[in-house]
Design a protein around this ligand. Structure first.
Ligand SMILES: *Cc1c(COP(=O)(O)O)cnc(C)c1O
Length: 383
């Protein structure tokens, strides 16, 4: 999207609805809205999906955020949830029933994998996990009862890319819904709806919030699909965010484009440093010329974010501990997408397996020189 249009969406889209011309969107900290008379109450109750009745449905602060994220994703509508995984669960369960089958990428976010691989099995919904890099394997896994294809491009920890256009054109012909997790690239670098995807989900706890102070999720799609999700999983399960969380996200959104630009610039510098480190076996990041899927990455995305993995030459836990503990400017923490740099060695979360040598890093907004010096010091320790 052109920078001019992104600015219009971020700064001039929804603010005009409030009295006194506030520059910052007011926080409507109210659970209910009252009506002047019986007729207006009756009218609102018959259009719950568009009326201010109760904050479990609609709230003016939340609405501004939904409007902006929908516009950034070229979608008609959006709904905010209390977490990314709540958004993912609602967006998928709303279109599934007992006896249906799902095709899902294998290296998706951990709780997404648990949702399809364990939770939904209890309700008679079967999932076939695929690598995703190989479009043919995705097609071969589709059966007569397949109702949904779930993508995450790039995937978690391994950053594998799916060919979004090929998959959506196949799915459309068979009336299969496609859902994609776009948290990594953000709407600044990737717009899946333009590539034919039906529904986009985000963990807004990551880049949209951007300051590691809020947990939330958002679903965007056509008005029909979002209304359907609203009337089913959203109202029933009730994983709603508060108006204050929406306000924090609005504040984060104001700087999303410049943050993403900085994350990308710093990450490119750090990757060129990492590629010359003898302790590093492989740098895993799709938006860099050394990645085998770089050509496809360039077609689908206009940039890369700050999250990457490296595969070390060692799986010795003592060495990985030394490396991690020597770093002064990378915080040891889960999640990502904030202003700060983070590190998480896979060996700390997994039993020993093929991912044990992988270390995931988030490159924050600090001076990249500071970060490379820090990394150089830590690599020296494990020579
Ligand atoms: C963190 C994450 C989620 C889950 O989001 P929460 O806001 O933590 O519930 C979903 N998808 C991806 C890719 C993530 O990294």
């Amino acid at each position: 999207m052109k920078e001019e249009n992104i600015s219009k969406i971020i700064n001039f889209n929804g603010e005009e609805n409030f009295s006194y011309n506030p520059v910052s969107v007011p926080i409507y900290e109210t659970s209910i809205f009252s009506f002047d008379d019986y007729d207006s109450l009756k009218k609102a109750l018959s259009h719950e999906e568009k009326s201010h009745i109760y904050t479990r449905g609609y709230n003016p602060t939340i609405e501004v955020l939904e409007k902006k994220v929908a516009a950034l994703e070229f979608a008609e509508s959006a709904k905010l949830f209390s977490s990314g995984i709540a958004a993912i669960s609602a967006a998928t369960m709303a279109f599934l029933k007992c006896g249906d089958s799902v095709v899902c990428v294998k290296d998706c976010y951990g709780w997404t994998k648990a949702l399809f691989g364990e939770y939904l099995q209890r309700f008679g919904i079967e999932t076939i996990f695929v690598d995703g890099e190989n479009t043919g394997e995705v097609f071969d896994s589709v059966k007569d009862n397949t109702k949904l294809i779930y993508l995450e491009s790039p995937t978690s920890f391994t950053f594998k890319i799916q060919n979004i256009k090929e998959i959506t054109s196949f799915a459309k012909k068979r009336n299969i819904k496609t859902v994609i997790d776009n948290s990594w690239a953000t709407p600044i670098f990737q717009n899946p709806i333009k590539m034919g995807v039906d529904i986009v989900v985000h963990s807004a706890s990551k880049y949209i919030g951007g300051h590691s102070d809020v947990v939330a999720g958002i679903v965007v799609g056509s008005r029909n699909d979002i209304d359907h999700i609203f009337k089913t999983e959203f109202l029933n399960i009730g994983a709603i965010p508060g108006p204050f969380e929406a306000w924090l996200l609005l504040r984060g959104l104001r700087t999303l484009p410049i943050r993403m630009e900085r994350h990308m610039k710093s990450t490119q510098k750090i990757i060129s440093f990492l590629l010359n480190c003898p302790q590093v076996e492989e740098v895993i990041y799709p938006y860099y010329e050394s990645h085998p899927q770089y050509e496809l990455a360039k077609k689908q995305m206009s940039g890369g974010s700050g999250l990457l993995s490296i595969r070390l030459k060692t799986t010795d836990e003592n060495k990985i501990r030394d490396f991690t503990d020597t770093l002064k400017f990378f915080k040891k923490a889960v999640s990502w997408g904030g202003y700060e740099s983070l590190i998480i060695p896979c060996i700390a979360t997994n039993p020993v397996n093929e991912k044990s040598a992988i270390i995931r890093m988030h490159i924050g907004l600090e001076d990249p020189e500071l970060l490379t010096e820090d990394l150089a010091r830590a690599f020296k320790k494990i020579n």
